[in-house]
Design a binder for this molecule. Structure first.
Ligand code: TPP
Length: 318
């Protein structure tokens, strides 16, 4: 199989939305955005050995590279619409590609996105996805809009994927059932797309947790020029996990592990019941984990006591 066979057989057959006037096969795609909506555009590079392991199952890779990009759309409250996939592949192996593409397009269908382009080249395993979504005009959720007195909310659970990575790296040993849950969280994050859209007109600021809760919350605080506190005992965690990790590893996973792809958002306390309804409607658990203050910086409290922050978030260059 050569590059053009691959494109023709695997990629050009992708189902496309009516907004795609010209899809894969020309020099560029032509899409027709909706006149009443703003476009949200984001791009993420994912490398073997850095974002995933080269021997992960191709279906898990396909899921994750798309899910983390969908999560960026969720964080903006956007409806994901179009994706471009660029891949460096060591070889064109039919079995690998069958598995990869079958999961990739299943996720595309699940979230209503069309593959409209990209590029392939021979090389060390790496991907880049550019994703485009849309939001009602002027409504996109930003990081910089938090207000003093806002509640801080988090979807799903934190620290589970990070514990899965620690287990996989042999830095801790988890019992099989917990290890399986943690591995699932690492390999198959669930982008909170429906919740993100349900939060338009409710949340003030939002972002997804990819690099770790503390670091990502600090992005909201800095962008909003405000401070905040979170309550360790209120963080949504996987039951039974804590007792299998040292306190240091536990705090590192929960506060700074990353790979969570949960939504972190702030909203006025008067909106609590609407948030609970949005969470129920989108079938996504949410927890109220802290509040926005006017004192600079982030405090992590445990039963009212300050927890010294030795943890750092994920940083590609540290
Ligand atoms: N090593 C491997 C093999 N797999 C992993 N998932 C990690 C390390 C942990 N890890 C890699 S990237 C990352 C984490 C926690 C943070 C998120 O990636 P990034 O490229 O910073 O995403 P962005 O914040 O740009 O969305």
């Amino acid at each position: 199989m050569n590059e053009f066979d691959f494109i023709r057989t695997y990629l050009a057959v992708a189902e496309q939305d009516r907004s795609v006037l010209l899809g894969i096969g020309d020099d560029a795609a032509i899409i027709r955005p909706h006149a009443d909506r703003d476009l949200c555009i984001s791009s993420d590079m994912l490398l073997a050995g850095r974002h995933f392991f080269a021997n992960d199952a191709p279906r898990d890779m396909a899921h994750k590279i798309l899910a983390v990009n969908l999560s960026d759309m969720a964080a903006m409250g956007a409806a994901p619409k179009w994706v471009l996939l660029s891949a460096a592949l060591p070889e064109l192996d039919k079995k690998w590609l069958d598995e990869f593409c079958s999961r990739f397009f299943a996720v595309c269908r699940e979230y209503g996105v069309s593959l409209i382009g990209g590029d392939t080249t021979k090389g060390g395993l790496a991907f880049n996805i550019t994703i485009i979504g849309d939001v009602p005009k002027g409504k996109g959720l930003r990081r910089g809009n938090a207000r003093v007195g806002d509640d801080i909310w988090l979807s799903g659970q934190v620290g589970v994927a990070a514990a899965g990575l620690q287990h996989q790296l042999g830095k801790t040993v988890l019992p099989p059932a917990l290890a399986a849950d943690c591995r699932q969280a690492l390999l198959r994050p669930i982008p909170r797309v429906a919740l993100g859209q349900a939060l338009l007109d409710i949340a003030h600021a939002a972002q997804d947790v990819s690099d770790g809760l503390v670091q990502d919350l600090e992005h909201i605080l800095q962008a909003s020029s405000l401070g905040g506190e979170i309550w360790l005992e209120r963080l949504p965690v996987l039951p039974g996990l804590e007792e299998h990790l040292t306190q240091e590893m536990w705090r590192q996973c929960v506060l700074a592990g990353g790979d969570d792809y949960e939504l972190l958002f702030t909203a006025a306390p008067e909106r609590r019941s609407e948030i609970e309804r949005a969470a129920e409607k989108s079938n996504t658990p949410v927890s109220r984990i802290g509040r926005i203050t006017d004192t600079a910086g982030l405090s992590v409290l445990e039963h009212g006591q300050n927890v010294p922050l030795a943890v750092r978030g994920f940083d590609h260059f540290s």
